[in-house]
Design a protein around this ligand. Structure first.
Ligand code: DDH
Length: 373
């Protein structure tokens, strides 16, 4: 620091004569403190006693500036973080914008296929399942449940039978949460679902942030998510409680084009389609076109395709072709992938927003760029 001050003083001393001449004389009012200051200053820097003649006022201002600089520099080096914080406070609280969420999206997308040994090579399906299981607890009568809160972080809800295996999705997203601490778990988990759908070549899923994390007291009771061993009455009761109609129930079920069942999670086994990491209307096509028979095994009752015995359907999946109200939608989506994408997107947007007290309007939703754009 001393050498910095010395160079600064030297620079002042050698300043152009015109500059020195231009500086005005100080008023008598400041004469005494100036003298005292000069005296002290000289005492402090003994090596600079033999200064050549110069304008004393300029010297004084120089010394003052130097001291201020020195104090500032000292403070800065002592506590750089404090300065960063102070600067942040001046700017106000960080309000994440579209670009910030797009960055989070990109970080999730970049990691989806990081582990070849995970299932079919993508975390996409399990991320979608996490987002759906957060949202699917919603009850329109009481306004409880839904994706606001991320209450699956807590033991009662996290250990509900229907949520078995979703720890892997939550673990996958944890480093992203560390990377972007400003995003809530509840917004992040839903963004994970949005990203999964788009990155598995599904339709765009417009998104709004605004979910906050809540404590354990907001966990929903067990039994709000569908039980795969049941029939259409059950499917209607569960999705009706969330406020969905037949068309939406069938459209949402098309998510089973993705992923698979795991014996160590649900007890069921196998994928629904031959391309479990790409979203297509194959789920509906296969439901209608393949022959299905009960799988002969000791596990829970499920269907397998007669031809290859590699695909599966749950009893609740089969209910969609058996029920007169559901079947026309299965046929429609099997014939028209665009219609499926449109209704799936609308249904998922509604599902992901159930029970969330947004402060921004529906038309302010964002659409993220995917890797395919
Ligand atoms: Fe599902 N689902 N789901 N599902 N689901 C399972 C896997 C996946 C039911 C039961 C199961 C939706 C609806 C229903 C996904 C998305 C969606 C598994 C297997 C069972 C069981 C879990 C395991 O063993 O790991 C039932 C019942 C219904 C119903 O509608 C009656 C909906 C609406 C969605 C959605 O996303 C909108 C996805 C994705 C998977 C694959 C997960 C994975 O790990 O792979």
């Amino acid at each position: 620091m001393a050498s910095v001050s010395r160079s600064f003083t030297r620079a002042l001393r050698t300043a152009a004569p015109s500059f020195r001449a231009a500086s005005t004389r100080s008023s008598a009012r400041f004469a005494v403190p100036q003298q005292a200051f000069r005296h002290q200053s000289r005492r402090g820097y003994s090596s600079e006693r033999n200064l050549p003649d110069g304008n004393p006022d300029v010297m004084l201002y120089g010394a003052g500036a130097l001291l201020t600089l020195a104090a500032g520099y000292g403070l800065y080096t002592m506590n750089k973080e404090w300065f960063g914080e102070a600067a942040k406070k001046l700017q106000g609280p960080f309000v994440p914008k579209f670009e910030d969420y797009q960055q989070v999206y990109n970080s999730i997308a970049a990691r989806l296929e990081e582990r070849d040994d995970y299932d079919d090579g993508s975390f996409g399906p399990v991320l979608l399942r996490l987002a759906w299981h957060c949202s699917g607890t919603y009850d329109k009568e009481t306004g409880t449940g839904g994706s606001n809160g991320a209450t699956m972080r807590f033991t009662p809800e996290g250990s509900h039978g229907a949520n078995a295996g979703l720890q892997s999705a939550r673990d996958f997203l944890d480093p992203i949460k560390e990377q972007y601490p400003w995003i809530t778990y509840s917004d992040l988990w839903i963004l994970g679902g949005v990203c999964a759908i788009q990155e598995m070549q599904g339709p765009k899923i417009p998104y709004r942030p605004g979910r906050s994390d809540r404590d354990v007291s907001f966990c929903t009771p067990d039994g709000r998510l569908p039980d795969a061993s049941k029939d259409q009455k059950h499917v209607r009761a569960i999705f009706g409680r969330m406020g969905f109609d037949d068309k939406e129930m069938v459209a949402l079920s098309g998510a089973h084009a993705l992923g698979r069942c795991h014996e160590d999670r649900s007890g069921y086994s196998g994928p629904w389609t031959f391309s479990p990491t790409t979203l297509t209307n194959d789920y509906y096509k296969l439901l209608l076109e393949e022959k299905w028979a009960w799988k002969k095994w000791t596990g829970p009752k499920q269907f397998e395709d007669v031809k290859t015995k590699t695909l599966m359907m749950l009893p609740t999946d089969m209910a969609l072709v058996q029920d007169k109200g559901f079947r026309p939608y299965v046929e429609k989506y099997a014939n028209d992938n665009e219609a499926f994408f449109k209704d799936f997107s609308d249904g998922v947007v509604r599902l992901f927003e159930l029970g969330v007290p947004f402060t921004v309007a529906e038309d302010a939703r964002w659409t993220f760029k995917s890797s395919f754009d």
